[in-house]
Ligand binder design. Sequence first.
Ligand SMILES: [Zn+2]
Length: 243
Amino acid sequence: MNTKLAIALLIVLSVLIFTLVIFTIFSQQTPLQSNGVLFQVSSLASLVNGSYEGKMTVHDLLNHGDFGLGAVEYMDGELVCLDTECYRVTLDGMAHELSPGSKVAFASVVFFQPNKTFDIPQQQNFTGLQKYLDDKLMAKNDIFAIKIDGFFSDITTRTVHKQDKLYVPLSEVIANQTISHLYNTHGTLVGFYVPDYMKEINVVKYHFHFLTDNKEFGGHVLGFDMTNGTGYVSKINEVSIVP
Ligand SMILES: [Zn+2]
């Protein structure tokens, strides 16, 4: 092989490697662009006033995040999104995968990519977990998406009833909630920590919805006894709201 040919081959090879490196970096960064963005459909203030109409399809919602919680249109079930699917939890506490065309009245979702992982001390109830997370997060003005996988000896969830008309105050809807219990189950708490200054936008402090590992049971979390668990936290850097 003569020297010119060798140099030409070297140049071609260098260009190919350079292109491959750039492509690899670019393709890894693309999904990260939405990392840390809380995508919010409607606001707590609207929901409190009874704005229960569907505002976005599940298909569109999943384009903005696949981890989160909310309420289905006309409050026909608690919403929980996990592992690229959204589920509706009905009055019996059972979870049902939502079709892409289903609509949500309120939702908070992210593409969950944890910055922090930690073991939860054994035998925690909801109050204990919140105190533990307070110590771990140490930043009262920040927003966090929080995922906790664990074994629950007992978990209590609630689901609200479907509303036939709009503008029934949320307090009345919650007063008629239906409560479910499940014992000795593996599952995931899907939720957020939101600071007080966002009280018109979202539920402040800790708000979790639950889904069992088999994706069959869930709901808005009222209480639990967790035997053990692992926590994953993702700090939110930006909030995007569709009113
Ligand atoms: Zn809830």
